[in-house]
Design a binder for this molecule. Structure first.
Ligand SMILES: [Zn+2]
Ligand SMILES: [Zn+2]
Length: 140
């Protein structure tokens, strides 16, 4: 079982099961939402993730016309979970909030077209200009 928490500790989560994919995302929403050049998240089946604590959320449309909902600690603002109506039943958990972040390794880079010049990535990773036409059921 994996677990994690926000910066202040008010929000915690537990996860059973293995991630479907672990990705770096350079999209502009991830840049604004994180304040950094990209986010790094692991996608899990929503049923495998139990989030507790006083979570706030913010929903906005994605470029593809879906709704992306970001849930974050209402006290310290740490990102906790993100979900996308284009991928129902799955949530993405930011690696940096996990208790043992090194036990997962990113596999892909998405939205590389928005990558900042100063945000250098491992070019051995499979890299996509935008969001690949991929569904969780496809696997890696
Ligand atoms: Zn917090
Ligand atoms: Zn993104």
């Amino acid at each position: 079982m994996r677990s994690g928490q926000c910066l202040c500790g008010a929000c915690t989560y537990e996860i059973d099961g293995e991630p479907i994919v672990v990705a770096h995302c350079h999209c502009l929403n991830c840049q604004r939402g994180s304040g950094a050049g990209h986010t790094t998240g692991a996608m899990f089946a929503e049923a495998d993730v139990r989030l507790s604590g006083a979570v706030s959320s913010y929903a906005m449309p994605s470029a593809a016309g879906n709704t992306v909902t970001r849930r974050f600690c209402g006290t310290c603002g740490s990102p906790m979970l993100a979900s996308n109506t284009g991928m129902p039943g799955f949530v993405t958990v930011p690696l940096g909030t996990m208790q043992a972040p090194d036990c997962l390794e990113p596999q892909v880079v998405v939205f590389a077209r928005s990558r900042r010049l100063w945000d250098c990535m491992d070019d051995r990773l499979q890299t996509y200009d935008a969001q690949p036409d991929w569904k969780p059921s496809d696997g890696i």
